[in-house]
Design a protein around this ligand. Structure first.
Ligand code: PLP
Length: 431
């Protein structure tokens, strides 16, 4: 595998961009490699500047459920751009986009467009605080909700302590307003609610965890959160930035039949452009300026190009709902192949999968929360990852990320991937 040009670009990048990248995970630090610099992509494939071609399972970290450079999305972007890229004034496309989201996710009665998932979650929290008149929020260990201060929090020592900053620069005063519970552990949430009676504004959760690797909710976990929130007048926020329009047309809330009060969206709804959104009950959403007093704004929010790409994406998905069946069929095939190889090498590594999201954890222990995910052998993952990359398979460069399938990964792509996986696992696992 040639990497000369990427290495040169990375050296240049390190001079002028912190860590050489505009988002940390792209630097391949956890797998100790130089990241390939990508030149172009089409369908299920990406090409780097050295001419290597890869089958892509990152899919821009989730947005590209229809694959790269889908002709209809490219056309929508090109045609819209000709008529101007941003007006800072209302457009018909925004109304169409909002209408589509509300129709496809019925818990969303009103929606506000923003430019990223981070903006969506931080705005949703402000709104929940305003609505309840309370200040504390509960999040789950290992769940990621973007990089706003309130979410870069880890659990303090001892179950009942307040959260502590997980990054320098996050004020302790703010960190203490975020409480951290264990994913899939209703007891830990109950305890926090009990010890902070009538002080919790919101519980925010990835209904299927995707940012500590893929971890599905245990049966009853989400329903338990719903019940607790209703009983204690807490706003339940589903962060569906990954799962929205990925695990089903109505997101994880449709898959598990649970109605959150607010939902945050991103990734797929932008069709590969920078887009986020938050929405939910009318009664709550009407508090947002200018209809209410909760301030939130954005110069480029709802800009025509992003809306055109998003509308096209959602229209395609809603008109071709069979894509979710195809995706499930493909990931079943992948899962069977992976289990077959694991069986042959005598390893019971955990494979978690929901629809087109999956993670192979290098641990033989069931992975159901952050603690158990952390049991994975990260150095083994690194070996496996580099071998896969060498064999032309581009996976997320971290044990704690989710791989994504798109509708354009063909049977041949999957079989090639399984063949590579067999070789990579055989080479990585010492007998
Ligand atoms: C990616 C992600 C975010 C943040 O979105 P950005 O667009 O990167 O700011 C928030 N929540 C979840 C669940 C995500 O996966």
């Amino acid at each position: 595998m040639k990497t000369l040009k990427s290495e040169k670009l990375f050296r240049q990048a390190l001079q002028v961009i912190p860590g050489g990248v505009n988002s940390p995970v792209r630097a391949f630090k956890s797998v100790a490699l130089t990241p390939p610099f990508i030149k172009k992509a089409k369908g299920a494939y990406v090409w780097d500047v050295d001419g290597n071609k890869y089958i892509d399972y990152v899919c821009s970290w989730g947005p590209l459920i229809l694959g790269h450079a889908h002709p209809r999305i490219v056309r929508a972007v090109q045609q819209t751009a000709k008529g101007g890229t941003s007006f800072g004034a209302p457009t018909e496309l925004e109304v169409k986009m909002a209408g589509l989201i509300c129709k496809l996710m019925p818990s969303i009665e009103m929606v506000r467009m923003v430019n990223s998932g981070t903006e969506a979650t931080m705005s949703a929290i402000r709104l929940a605080r305003a609505y309840t008149g309370r200040e504390k929020i509960i999040k789950f260990e290992g769940c990621y909700h973007g990089h706003a201060d309130s979410f870069l929090i880890k659990a303090g020592s001892g179950a009942m302590t307040f959260g502590v900053p997980d990054s320098p620069g996050v004020p302790q005063a703010l960190a203490s307003e975020t409480l951290v519970a264990r994913f899939n552990d209703l007891g830990s949430v109950n305890d926090l609610v009990k010890h902070n009676d009538a002080q919790i504004a919101a519980i925010i959760v990835e209904p299927i965890a995707g940012n500590m690797g893929c971890i599905p909710p245990k049966p009853g976990f989400l329903a338990g959160l719903r019940k607790l929130c209703t009983e204690h007048n807490i706003v339940l926020i589903f962060d569906e930035v990954i799962t929205g329009f990925r695990v089903s047309i109505g997101g994880a809330q449709e898959l598990y039949n649970i109605k959150p009060d607010l939902t945050t969206l991103g990734k797929i709804i932008g069709g590969g452009l920078p887009v986020g959104a938050y929405g939910g009950k009318r009664e709550i959403m009407e508090l947002i300026a200018p209809s209410g007093p909760v301030y939130q704004a954005g110069t480029l929010s709802g800009n025509p190009i992003a809306m055109a790409a998003g509308c096209e994406m959602l229209s395609i998905l809603s008109k071709h709902r069979s894509v979710y069946k195809t995706l499930e069929k493909h990931s079943q095939h992948l899962e069977e192949g992976i289990r077959d190889t694991l069986g042959r090498i005598g390893k019971n590594f955990q494979l978690n999968h929901v629809g087109s999201m999956y993670t192979l954890f290098f641990t033989e222990q069931v992975v159901l929360d952050y603690e158990t995910a952390k049991q994975s052998d990260a150095s083994l993952f690194s070996k496996y990852f580099s071998k896969m990359l060498e064999l032309g398979i581009y996976l997320p460069p971290s044990q704690f990320e989710t791989a994504f399938l798109s509708t354009v990964h063909s049977q041949a792509d999957l079989d090639k991937t399984l063949h590579a996986l067999h070789i990579a696992l055989m080479a990585s696992v010492s007998f």
